[in-house]
Write a protein that binds this ligand. Structure first.
Ligand code: PSU
Ligand code: MN
Length: 326
């Protein structure tokens, strides 16, 4: 994409919605939500309903939703109804990792933010709790493609608590867990001592730490802040309820075919994850989509409860000033 004529007056600072600004100022609970799952991870027109539903889940729990996206060269933290609709429906929405933010702003482009771009913008604004579906990670053919999601490196240097259903099962899960250890990213199993498997309640991989309530998560966040170690995300790995998981045999069968199809068609880079998610949906008769949505809903609700517990403990959002000083 070519850049517009240089504009020395563009401020490039993110635009915070009024309600997100108010929540930050008053240390009230707020939850960051990513937009790539909406624009590139879910089929239309369902994706628009889901975007609204996720915001409503946060609101009804008593917190403020802050969906993040880039629109016409401005990063937005907190979207209104029309903006959310645009993210879901505009076919020109790009997929933006954190390295894409500067070129997108300079070009006046629009795009949905991945976990890496969302976590970066959220933490910078002072938001401390973020919900998504499944993180990106190390792809199965990493040794030949070097495809490791930018999510991991960014989370390794960002103070934010990310609630997710593990990493997408299309990935090499043990390798991703190993990378998270190397990078110093903490992982807590929520009500489980096994790492969740995104569409599946368990990936079969053991975890070292288990928490059982939002208050326990907040306590880990507090302890981390008191220690004052290097910035790093805290992952709260929240399994999809067993009744909502994809049938494990169907999952394994269809995933093997999806990975073959991806290889045969030579799909690489940013297109890999959306392709695999879509292939799974098509070949499970939509069952993978339902499991994905159940996981995301659970994560968003839990993130809201964590944000609320944190406010109740007197640690709302970090506030833009404190965030900048860290
Ligand atoms: N979780 C979902 N669906 C998604 C994603 C997460 O349930 O589509 C997105 C996130 O935005 C994540 C991205 O950052 O997939 C990973 O893409 P990649 O592997 O290209 O880094
Ligand atoms: Mn990738």
């Amino acid at each position: 994409m070519s850049l517009n004529a240089p504009d020395n007056t563009h401020p490039y600072v993110p635009v915070l919605s009024a309600e997100v600004q108010e929540a930050l100022a008053a240390h009230r609970p707020a939850v960051a939500l990513e937009s790539t799952i909406i624009a590139h991870g879910l089929p239309r027109p369902r994706n628009r309903q889901v975007a609204e539903e996720l915001e409503e889940l946060v609101r009804s729990a008593g917190a403020v939703p802050a969906t993040i996206a880039v629109l016409d060269g401005r990063a937005h933290i907190g979207l209104d109804k029309d903006q959310l609709e645009r993210v879901a429906e505009d076919p020109a929405m790009r997929k933006l990792g954190h390295r894409d933010l500067a070129p997108a702003l300079a070009a006046g482009a629009s795009g949905a933010t991945t976990v890496s771009a969302t976590a970066f913008l959220a933490a910078r604004a002072g938001l401390r709790v973020f919900a998504t579906g499944g993180l990106g990670g190390v792809h199965r053919d990493w040794t030949s493609t070097q495809d490791e999601s930018a999510d991991l490196r960014l989370l390794a240097r960002t103070d934010i608590t990310v609630v997710c259903a593990g990493v997408k099962s299309i990935l090499d899960v043990p390798a991703t867990l190993q990378r998270l250890e190397t990078l110093g990213v903490g992982v807590l199993g929520y009500g489980t001592d096994h790492f969740p498997g995104f569409y599946l309640s368990s990936s079969g991989e053991p975890l070292d730490w288990t928490v059982r309530s939002p208050e326990e998560v907040v306590e880990v966040m507090r302890a981390g802040e008191a220690l004052g170690g290097p910035a790093a995300a805290l992952i709260v790995a929240n399994p999809v309820p067993q009744k909502d998981q994809l049938d494990p045999d169907l999952h394994d069968r269809v995933l093997a075919r999806a990975l073959d199809a991806c290889r045969e068609r030579g799909i690489v880079g940013q297109a890999v994850t959306p392709f695999l998610l879509d292939h799974l949906m098509q070949h499970t008769g939509g069952a993978s989509l339902e499991a994905n949505l159940a996981a995301v809903r659970g994560n968003v609700s839990l993130a809201a409860r964590i944000a609320i517990a944190r406010s109740a403990a007197g640690h709302g959002t970090a506030g833009p000033k404190e965030a900048a000083a860290r």
